[in-house]
Design a protein around this ligand. Structure first.
Ligand code: PMP
Length: 431
């Protein structure tokens, strides 16, 4: 081991001094990483970690095609975006060619938060309304206005926000009912009425169709289309936040398509540049032009030549390596293996997901569904010791959030399942 524990404590102390005393790390002893390739992260101690958590390197860490594209463009031109250059147009054309026809114009930023902030501003301008509807434990970003739309980080609901419950098929008031989509969608009627009582109308419904901060749930078929109808009838726009769900994560290029939702505005972050900071908002030409006319909006870095080269290279890899197909095949295999493991590991209460997104919900009792939150927390540490990185999610902190890169393969699923089996047996023995 080249870096000792005391060196690490010093790094941590320095971080607290210079970057604030945040609890940004997942593990009791934070993971100290040095390099990465494909689905693997490597610690400074040389140990390999299989990465099923990190949803930024969508096409695998440090993909050579993306790295080459970034470095080639950085050598030639990177500039303030007020000039004419080809690459931003090529990228916008390619990206919109992958979207439904009415989504045909882009505006570029540097993060998902910025894209969502502008999406809200745009929705307000177009609808003439001020309110917003979001999922009860959604997370959409860090700006002042978007924190109001992120009950996960600002639980005190602002006056102009109304929330929808999570349409969960495992827990929740309508789980298992045949018409659960209709029943859960009644939340939208209640949310609209709640705003109306205060003289407020919704400008938009903003949704992460992967429900990543809600425990990665299986949304009842038709639910989001019903919510969409109700929000539109109340004068609101639909904003699909594709920061988690986009770029093949749910087994189709876009999460909103996979979930049967028609969006007026689509926002993207994290995977767009496979780690290079890039945020995008896609909407119709008519909406974008009205917004630009009203605000003269301009982002200095947004859509710069290097960012566009990164974005373009990600699309190349998704296509060339047939990664959406792999997301479905390997993702299905992952869920099959998890369901198989459930036959011998009683802590597994539910297995969910779609495409290359999966979740396991842990319970101490399958009948009462009592959450195994403590065990889930302990599991993350045990899995790290086995060299596997996973995350937890959900209001009860008893669900796993598994988001491997789209290049994940069956042998890697097997490594994960073996480690999980071992750690769950260890936990069962300790409790
Ligand atoms: N939307 C969703 C669904 C997210 O998960 C995140 C980041 N976790 C964001 C928006 C914000 O993106 P960023 O951190 O790039 O601002």
């Amino acid at each position: 081991e080249r870096v000792s524990e005391s060196d690490e404590r010093e790094l941590l102390e320095q971080r607290h001094q210079l970057l604030g005393e945040q609890t940004w790390h997942f593990y009791q002893r934070p993971l100290h990483v040095e390099r990465a390739l494909g689905p693997w992260l490597y610690g400074v101690d040389g140990k390999a970690y299989l990465d099923l958590y990190n949803n930024v390197p969508q096409v695998g860490h440090c993909h050579p095609h993306v790295v080459r594209a970034i470095s080639r463009q950085a050598k030639v031109l990177n500039t303030n975006t007020r000039y004419l250059y080809r690459s931003v147009l090529d990228y916008a054309e390619r990206l919109t060619s992958l979207m439904p026809e009415h989504l045909n114009a882009c505006i570029f930023f540097n993060s998902g938060s910025e894209a969502n902030d502008i999406a809200l501003q745009m929705s307000r301008l177009i609808s003439g309304n001020h309110g917003a509807i979001v999922v009860e434990d959604a997370y959409h970003g860090i700006s002042e206005t978007i924190r109001d739309l992120s009950p996960k980080s600002r639980p005190q609901t602002a006056n102009h926000i109304a929330t929808l419950g999570v349409p969960c098929s495992y827990r929740g008031p309508h789980a298992g009912k045949e018409n659960s989509a209709e029943l859960y969608a009644q939340d939208a009627d209640a949310a609209i009425a709640e705003l109306q009582d205060k003289g407020i109308k919704p400008a938009c419904f903003m949704v992460d169709t992967a429900y990543c901060s809600s425990g990665v749930i299986d949304v009842p078929e038709g639910y989001l289309a019903l919510v969409e109808q109700k929000v539109r009838a109340a004068g609101g726009l639909i904003v699909a936040d594709e920061v988690q769900a986009g770029f093949g994560r749910l087994g189709q290029m876009w999460g909103h398509e996979a979930r049967g939702l028609k969006a007026d505005i689509v926002t993207m972050g994290k995977p767009v540049g496979n780690g290079h900071p890039l945020g995008v908002l896609v909407t119709s030409k008519a909406i974008l032009n009205r917004f630009i006319e009203a605000t003269a909006m301009f982002s200095t870095f947004g859509g710069n030549p290097v960012s566009c080269a990164a974005g373009m290279a990600v699309l190349d890899v998704i296509e060339d390596e047939d990664l959406i197909n792999n997301a479905n095949q390997t993702g299905d295999y992952l869920r099959e293996q998890l369901r198989q493991l459930a036959t011998t590991q009683p802590l597994i209460g539910d297995v969910r997901g779609q495409g290359m997104l999966a979740s396991v919900e842990f319970v101490t009792d399958r009948v009462t569904k009592a959450p195994a939150s403590e065990q889930t927390f302990a599991l993350l540490e045990l899995m790290r010791e086995q060299g596997v990185l996973i995350g937890s999610s959900g209001p009860l902190r008893n669900s796993l959030k598994l988001r491997p890169s789209l290049v994940f393969s069956r042998p890697q699923v097997d490594i994960f399942i073996q480690a999980l089996d071992k750690c769950l047996s260890q936990l069962a023995a300790n409790h």
